[in-house]
Design a protein around this ligand. Structure first.
Ligand code: CMC
Length: 392
């Protein structure tokens, strides 16, 4: 079998070639299909960015209209699927609901499960993009015990999501345009990040020829962990704890440096960025703008800024090149919009969906794709003789 090289955590192992996302961690550069995320965040909405990621080119006006209207057609989920939610405990984590319901899409759409049939894949893509906000909003409605609204296809993607989250039959809710803009920006900067943990999961599950819904459901599970997408929830919980603890950021920086402690600064550090995470820069600026415009004073934003300042002056963080990442300030914007902490990682999943899809499609369209099957070096006992149970 030849010599097997162990690369714990795949630090130096390339799993594929890809033309979707360019990431330069030394210089803090991130581009989707060649376009800098800063430009996309300024000029596109999330649906247009999704089109770019999945199909490789910016759409023409006609292509974009067609894409938007097709997605609108698929925003409802099957009535039987709505009844799933009755079975979940009210305090279920919305990420658990999200992965379960997305996995269950393959039970409702058995007509589109063949990964090698371009038409079936295409409709699955539209269904997923359309239904994820609905599935996500219902996971929140479940937690607060409010009725599940139907999507409103007169609205844009982000407006629709916010209305499903916060509207009730008793009270109309129309999202503030600044919230809609901020949400678009957040989804765009989360939309792809090459071979991260969840995207690699989607690819490896897909490499067995599992269907797209199953592959995306697996990606959602991978994203949930606090070292990956779950860091946004963990980060705001940490900022809250620091605030409740008197705002002593120095104490938490000391704790993060103490290897015995096991505590890490959530929203800090990255496998690839050894410089500022360009997403964090965009999000921090958006925080400044949104909070000032809406005249919101969030004590957690102050804690976050002081924590960043103290950490970035500390030799521990400087030597290890640990900077705030995408998850450090995003929670402050979500809070301003009114999104509850448990939903933060769900928002990350909504943002990352087009990236997952783009990688899954690219993999299937690449000649020579084989099932993902890493090797190992066995360290267990050599052959042993069986011992009958009475002699053990
Ligand atoms: N706080 C304190 N020390 C840290 C931190 C942190 N947040 N991150 C890394 N370190 C230290 C780590 O202890 C190690 O020190 P030493 O060399 O002395 O052993 C060194 O920095 C390198 O860390 P690593 O764990 O080997 O790096 P990694 O590439 O395996 O892990 C990471 C990357 C993002 C998992 C890690 O930095 C981390 O746990 N950060 C906190 C969680 C977080 O914010 N995750 C979100 C990442 S960005 C978005 C996403 O992927 O979803």
């Amino acid at each position: 079998t030849g010599l097997i090289t162990i690369d714990e955590g795949f630090v130096n192992t390339g799993s594929t070639t890809s033309s979707i996302c360019y990431l330069d961690g030394e210089n803090g550069i991130l581009r989707y299909r060649g376009y800098p995320i800063e430009t996309l965040a300024e000029n596109c909405d999330f649906v247009e960015t999704s089109y770019l990621l999945i199909y490789g080119e910016l759409p023409t006006a006609d292509q974009l209209n067609e894409f938007r209207s097709s997605i609108r057609k698929h925003t409802m989920i099957h009535e039987d699927m709505r009844s799933f939610y009755n079975g979940f405990p009210r305090d279920a984590h919305p990420m658990a609901i999200l992965s379960s319901v997305v996995g269950a899409l393959s039970t409702f759409y058995q007509d589109s499960l063949d990964p090698h049939d371009a038409k079936e894949v295409e409709i699955s893509i539209h269904r997923l993009l359309a239904k994820l906000p609905t599935i996500a909003a219902y996971s929140y409605k479940k937690s607060v015990g409010q009725p599940f609204p139907y999507p409103n296809n007169a609205l844009t993607y982000c407006e629709n999501f916010l209305e499903m989250m916060f509207g009730t039959p008793a009270e109309d809710y129309h999202p503030d345009p600044d919230f809609v803009k901020a949400l678009n920006l957040l989804l765009i900067v989360h939309a792809d990040h090459e071979q991260n943990c969840s995207t690699s999961t989607v690819r490896i599950v897909g490499s067995s020829n599992a269907n797209l819904f199953a592959s995306i459901s697996a990606g959602i599970c991978a994203l949930w962990g606090p070292l990956h997408g779950g860091a946004n929830e963990a980060c705001v919980n940490m900022l809250q704890q620091i605030a409740d603890d008197g705002g002593d950021v120095e104490k938490y920086v000391r704790m993060a440096k103490d290897k015995q402690d096991g505590f890490r600064l959530m929203g800090f550090g990255h496998r690839v960025y050894k410089n500022r995470d360009p997403r964090a820069i965009i999000i921090k600026e958006a925080c400044d703008t949104l909070l000032a415009k809406m005249d919101i004073k969030d004590p957690l934003f102050d804690v976050a800024q002081r924590l960043e300042e103290v950490a970035l002056q500390d030799p521990y963080f400087v030597e290890r090149k640990l900077y705030p990442n995408v998850d450090f300030y995003s929670g402050v914007i979500y809070r301003a919009i009114g999104i509850p902490v448990q939903m933060f990682t769900v928002l990350f999943a909504m943002g990352r969906l087009p990236g997952w899809i783009a990688h899954w499609v690219e993999m299937h369209n690449s000649p020579g794709t084989r099932i993902g099957r890493p090797r190992q070096v066995y360290t267990g006992p050599t052959k042993r003789d069986f011992v009958p149970i009475e002699n053990r």
